[in-house]
Write a protein that binds this ligand. Structure first.
Ligand code: PLP
Length: 399
């Protein structure tokens, strides 16, 4: 028997882990409504045509070679323009790096930043790679609370308590997965102040930045004066191109505090060669092209969010904060006497109602006794899912 590395055995990804029992049901011919994975392209969303055309053209015109490790210069220029428009940041192409999506950016940044035993502050609940990848590098993801009663805004006092001499950075995911929270400008300022006080950089995941229903996203990159910020973004959500695996990050670092880290990250970028070249041509088209598709898609998503939110407010035994961004809703299980924990609840819903949610504890401690629903499918499918879920809850509560 070949023994795998222990560091790999500890890695979990709740969103895909629940698929195994769903597959068992499907093998028996049962139709499961899967509301577990945040992939809009699995539903009635596609990347805009001008991006698809640019991708095809790049392939046909022979752009099938290795590109520079840091990304194509034209794309880095397009990213600068996009980010100046969105965040008013003062950056140049030299501050921008192109990656195989945000997931690779996380691997590179965490890999270059964290020594074993060091820690990084991550939100709780949060998108699982933030804890899983940090652990993979033998470092500690330290979860700071986000407060449900306060629209899942980060608890700054709790953040402060979690910082020690081994803390290397504060990670912020806004709009948030799994809660759909959109952080207030005041909160972002407070996070920057705290980071400044302790000399920490802020790592900002903005993959859902233009996907907001009420209010606008505020980037720490747009507000910082001296605190270094690393902003990550990509094509997966706002540009509806999850499978292209393309993203980027950039440094807002007016005082050059990240110079050594940049060098370390660049070394890691070189040994992984480069991101997909043709996908970068598609990205240029996306970042410089029209965004009218987004209005139409956001209108669809808003209708779906409103529908699921309304249904959940009418279903007994659960309560829900209305998400303001992304495409997730994160209800709380109020009636707890029937299940041992949220995972048992989610499996019960799956086996009985054939609807697949993700257990909240898979997103960290603050996610316990919650579950995440992806509201990407059309209303007819969401209606069927909510009908089945409502019937399930009424039955269980009557038992
Ligand atoms: N960051 C957050 C907060 C996400 O929710 C996701 C995907 O669900 C990702 C990053 C992954 O992004 P990418 O497809 O760019 O790797």
């Amino acid at each position: 028997m070949v023994r795998p590395a222990e560091r790999a055995m500890g890695v979990e990804y709740a969103i895909r882990d629940v698929v195994l029992p769903a597959r068992e049901l499907e093998k028996r011919g049962i139709k499961v409504i899967r509301l577990n994975i945040g992939d809009p392209v699995k539903f009635d969303f596609q990347p805009p045509k001008h991006m698809v055309d640019a991708y095809c053209k790049a392939l046909q015109e022979g752009h099938n070679y290795y590109g520079p490790s840091e990304g194509l210069p034209e794309l880095r220029e397009a990213i600068v323009e996009r980010e100046k428009r969105k965040n008013g940041v003062d950056i140049t192409p030299d501050d921008v790096r192109v990656t195989a999506a945000v997931t690779e950016a996380l691997q590179l940044i965490f890999g270059a930043l964290l020594n074993p035993g060091e820690n990084i502050l991550v939100p709780s609940p949060s998108y699982p790679p933030y804890t899983g990848l940090v652990k993979f590098y033998a470092a500690e993801p330290r979860e700071y609370l986000t407060v449900e009663e306060n629209g899942w805004q980060p608890d700054i006092d709790d953040m402060r308590k979690k910082i020690d001499e081994k803390t290397k950075a504060i990670a912020v995911i806004n709009p948030n997965n799994p809660t759909g929270a959109l952080y207030e400008k005041k909160t972002i300022k407070e996070i920057l102040d705290l980071a400044g006080e302790y000399g920490l950089p802020v790592i900002s995941d903005e993959i859902y930045d233009l996907m907001t229903y009420e209010g606008k996203h505020v980037s720490p990159g747009s507000l910082t004066k001296d605190v270094p910020v690393i902003v990550m973004n990509g094509l997966s959500k706002v540009y509806f191109a999850t499978g292209w695996r393309l993203g980027y990050f950039y440094y807002v670092d007016p005082e050059g505090k990240l110079d050594e880290l940049r060098e370390a990250i660049d070394k890691l970028m070189r040994i992984r060669l480069c991101p997909s070249t043709p996908a970068q041509f598609a990205a240029i088209a996306g970042l410089t092209g029209p965004m009218d598709y987004l209005e139409e898609y956001m209108a669809k998503l808003k209708e779906r969010r409103d529908y699921v939110y309304k249904r959940l407010t009418e279903i007994p035994g659960v309560s829900t904060v209305k998400p303001q961004g992304a495409f997730y809703i994160f209800p709380r299980i109020e009636e707890r006497s029937k299940w041992k924990n949220d995972k048992e609840f989610v499996l019960d819903v799956l086996n009985e109602a054939h609807v697949l949610f993700v257990h909240g504890s898979g997103f960290g401690e603050a996610g316990e006794w919650h579950f995440r629903i992806v509201f990407l499918p059309p209303v007819e499918i969401l209606e069927e899912a909510m009908n089945r879920f409502e019937e399930f809850m009424r039955k269980r509560l009557a038992e």
